[in-house]
Design a protein around this ligand. Structure first.
Ligand SMILES: NC(=O)C1=CN([C@@H]2O[C@H](COP(=O)(O)OP(=O)(O)OC[C@H]3O[C@@H](n4cnc5c(N)ncnc54)[C@H](O)[C@@H]3O)[C@@H](O)[C@H]2O)C=CC1
Ligand SMILES: O=C(O)[C@@H]1CCC=N1
Length: 291
């Protein structure tokens, strides 16, 4: 049975779970111009959550069912602990005409498809810098085997009812709020521990760098501005220079200078190991969410 294509220029997007991740995606998508806010909806009973979305033109219903009925693409953005109940509750409305997406950490695609009674499901691991168009997003979807122009095209994997066009739609949507990658689902826990949770590690680093500036005598506002711009600049150098971060680090550390004195302190206290441990621990926690 062929899957009805979703019209790129008219489809409507709904979020089940109007929280921080949903808001970040919605803000980024609207900011990018890919979707007008009138084509986006969600539902919440909390006035603060409602006004957060209504403030940039998103329609806020009172019930999840209304969101599903109003949407062609439905993003499940509730916590992993509740996603099963939420999908099961909405299952009667999740027709094959709708493209379903989950951003929930650790929840496996096969389980999502079972609960939804639909294989037209895509797993996505974004992060909150989507709100400013700088997300790191990874996609995984099972796609049907199909022949295209007499050549054989095996996209990702077999068995799903998501189509290549569905994958292109999701790639365009999340590509509008940052960079996208595709990866096998078995990597998703590690991906979640690194890029899903990673912004929080960097926020702590920025806060600590600013505290260091204050400890060295800087006014708080100047210290925070310098810390955040330094991290933004360093990340931009890695993304744009094509150089390895180790080389970029060596380019800053002058012999007998200030930087190597600071690096020595970091290395003495296991800075690298601490960051590695954070990613590994978050990936482990993500694995705990799967059935
Ligand atoms: N916050 C982040 O940086 C990231 C979050 N995620 C994933 O996104 C999902 C949401 O995470 P957050 O936005 O951080 O959590 P959140 O707690 O900010 O948002 C979840 C929202 O769902 C609502 N909710 C709870 N039960 C509901 C129900 N039955 N029907 C409708 N809404 C319901 C809650 O009131 C809350 O507003 C999680 O699965 C998480 O793993 C993925 C990547 C990054
Ligand atoms: O902390 C969490 O569980 C979510 C998933 C990745 C980032 N935030």
């Amino acid at each position: 049975m062929t899957t009805a294509p979703i019209q790129l220029d008219t489809y409507k997007l709904g979020f089940i779970g109007a929280g921080k991740m949903a808001e970040s995606i919605a803000r980024g998508v609207v900011q990018s111009g890919v979707l007008h806010p009138s084509r986006i909806s969600t539902a919440h009973s909390n006035p603060l959550r409602r006004s957060a979305f209504e403030s940039f033109g998103v329609k806020v219903f009172s019930q999840n069912q209304q969101v599903v009925e109003d949407s062609d693409v439905v993003i499940f953005s509730v916590k992993p602990q509740v996603v099963k109940d939420v999908v099961l509750q909405l299952q009667p409305l999740l027709s094959k005409k709708k493209l379903l997406v989950s951003v929930a950490a650790g929840v496996k695609l096969k389980d999502l498809q079972t609960w939804a009674g639909s294989e037209r499901f895509v797993r996505v691991m974004p992060n909150t810098p989507a709100a400013v168009g700088e997300a790191a997003t990874v996609l995984f979807f099972l796609c049907t085997l199909f022949f295209h122009c007499a050549c054989f095209c095996l996209v990702m994997s077999l068995g799903g009812a998501a189509t290549e066009a569905d994958g292109e739609l999701i790639s365009k949507l999340f590509g509008s709020v940052g960079k996208i990658w595709k990866a096998d689902e078995k990597l998703f826990d590690a991906i979640t521990g690194l890029s899903g949770s990673g912004p929080a590690y960097v926020y702590i680093a920025i806060e600590a760098l600013a505290d260091g500036g204050v400890a060295a005598g800087l006014p708080r506002e100047l210290a925070l501005g310098l810390a955040s711009q330094t991290v933004l600049g360093a990340a931009s150098m890695v993304c744009q220079s094509g150089k390895h971060p180790g080389q970029l680090k060596d380019e800053v550390a002058s012999p007998g200078g200030t930087t190597i004195a600071g690096i020595h302190e970091l290395e003495k206290d296991g800075f690298r190991g601490l960051l590695m441990n954070a990613v590994v621990a978050a990936a482990k926690r993500s694995r705990e969410f799967s059935n």
